[in-house]
Design a protein around this ligand. Structure first.
Ligand code: GDP
Length: 500
């Protein structure tokens, strides 16, 4: 059926917008989703699970909450949907609902429905993640990789590895038995696995505390079932679109942690718009696709990061003690009292540590320090070309003020290996690690822009840089973020450089 005849079948025209991260995650998607949610009737999460952590502030910036599984719009009373390609942890969701209550929203539980096809994150998957992957590739240890692995594997002999939410509607007790059985079998397997560090395994078993965890899962599952929050209709989203609703699809993680990422440092689900479409969000209703990139890019965990300050030295520093050693408290004490000197420092670790401590670049859920680098426009342009964004939200532009003592703000516009330009984004680790960026330089600025109300109030060096970046990307810079609050966004009104 051609698109036009399809349109005839559309009943009432709603539409959807997608928001997709286009670096290594943590691009501040949560905030822009929160802003765009004002115009939406419902926010859909279509990939990932509680490995995401979207930090959102209230209107006056005095309180914040980290959302992991709840779609960002719930803070504004919008309906939410956790779609088919997601994993879902009931116990973690109820902990999150407590955080949301403390933030001041009491009814969040009633707002979000969960697709029957979403998979439950089970205790054995959490155990396997901590025992085998957390340290090796820097995962969050919440069972996401093993969860998606089991979803693909489905069974292991007689064991039913993957449990969908829909199973809970049929027989909760049976689902609990399957979970317990999977856990016991996993412990036995890991105890015999030569790749598994037995000390780490013992610690993980003690920390998980399966008896308490199963009790929590049981309570959480019963509440979800009792409140009829598990959605049986696989066409739920399109029905909402047909009712004329406007839907915002909130991607978790990022394109450079998926097909554009370097294995094994990637995420297990599809954050691209394709991930949303395969949940049943028809492309014919797609109105806008906003990519999000952070002007001070970060990467958490291990993996190549071509424009990283200090290269692999910062990677090692941030991952020491599984990321716990140089945490927020450590760095605030280390850099806070000599900030200016550190921002002038030629030592990239000191410079990056000082910027991190000022920009709060620590994992929303894990608290791990995020590795910092310079803005890499080449990778973003490639993603835009491949996945077709209609606009780019550039977040944390206010933070570029911290580069005021540097000779310039550098933006990566290409790559080279041994001094010779290459014309592709390397996605193999060894290839990426021998690649360096080719930069364009822009003037720095020393101005607090966090209260600017329009592009005209921004320093001219910054406006020039934004326009040049937009021309380079071949895609409008839809908006820029100038602070954590929802009102700290400047939307594009035309040529950035000419704004008056
Ligand atoms: P996400 O997972 O992609 O939503 O990113 P995180 O929530 O982990 O990290 C984004 C952090 O930056 C949060 O603390 C936000 O409140 C904050 N933030 C978002 N936008 C801006 C901005 O434009 N400027 C500043 N200074 N902070 C921002």
């Amino acid at each position: 059926m051609c698109p036009n005849s399809f349109l005839l079948f559309m009943k009432k025209l709603g539409s959807w917008k997608g928001v997709v991260g286009t670096q290594h995650g943590d691009e501040a998607k949560g905030k822009i989703v929160d802003v765009l949610a004002d115009e939406a009737d419902e926010v859909v999460r279509y990939n990932g699970a509680n490995n995401a952590g979207h930090k959102i502030y209230n209107t006056d910036g005095s309180r914040s909450v980290v959302l992991s599984q709840a779609p960002s719009g719930v803070l504004k009373g919008k309906r939410g949907f956790i779609a088919a390609n997601s994993l879902f942890s009931p116990s973690a969701y109820f902990e999150e609902l407590e955080r949301i209550k403390k933030f001041g929203v009491d009814n969040a539980i009633h707002l979000t429905r969960i697709a029957t096809q979403a998979s439950l994150i089970q205790p054995h998957q959490r155990l396997r993640d901590v025992a085998l992957a957390k340290e090796a590739i820097g995962t969050t240890g919440r069972g996401i990789g093993p969860g998606y692995g089991d979803r693909a594997m489905r069974t292991h002999g007689e064991r039913q590895l993957d449990l969908r939410m829909g199973v809970l509607l049929e027989d909760t007790q049976k689902a609990m038995r399957i979970m317990q059985n999977n856990y016991d079998a996993e412990v036995a397997l890991l105890e015999r696995d030569p790749e598994c560090d037995q000390k780490r395994l013992k610690a993980a078993i003690a920390k998980l505390n399966i008896k308490d965890l199963m009790a929590q899962e049981f309570d959480a599952i019963n509440t979800l079932v009792g409140l009829e929050l598990i959605e049986k209709d696989p066409a739920y989203i399109v029905r909402r679109l047909q009712q004329g609703m406007n839907i915002l699809a909130e991607g978790a993680q990022s394109l450079y942690l998926a097909n554009l990422g370097t294995t094994p440092y990637i995420t297990s689900s599809d954050p691209s718009v394709g991930g949303a479409i395969s949940c049943g969000m028809p492309w014919q209703y797609l109105k806008e696709l906003i990519f999000v990139a952070k002007s001070i890019p970060t990467r958490v965990g291990k993996g190549p990061f071509i424009t990283e300050y200090g290269g692999s030295a910062q990677e090692a520093y941030c991952m020491e003690d599984e990321g716990d050693k140089h945490n927020r408290a450590y760095e605030q004490a280390a850099y806070g009292h000599r900030l200016d000197a550190c921002l002038r420092s030629n030592n990239p670790l000191e410079f990056a540590g000082a910027v991190r401590s000022q920009t709060d670049e620590y994992g929303g859920v894990s608290g791990r320090p995020r590795r910092l680098g310079e803005f890499d426009a080449y990778m973003i342009r490639t993603a835009i070309e491949m996945y077709g964004a209609t606009g780019l939200h550039l977040s944390k532009v206010d933070c570029l003020q911290l580069l005021k003592h540097r000779e310039s703000i550098r933006i990566g516009v290409g790559y080279a290996q041994s001094g010779k330009n290459i014309d592709y984004v390397p996605t193999n680790e060894a290839d990426a690690r021998r690649t360096e960026a080719v930069y364009r330089e822009y003037g720095t600025f020393d101005a607090d822009i966090s209260n600017a109300k329009s592009a005209a109030e921004l320093p001219k060096e910054l406006r020039r840089m934004l326009q040049d970046l937009e021309d380079y990307l071949g895609c409008p810079i839809h908006s820029i973020g100038i602070g954590p609050r929802g009102d700290q966004v400047i939307f594009r009104q035309g040529n950035w450089a000419l704004a008056a």
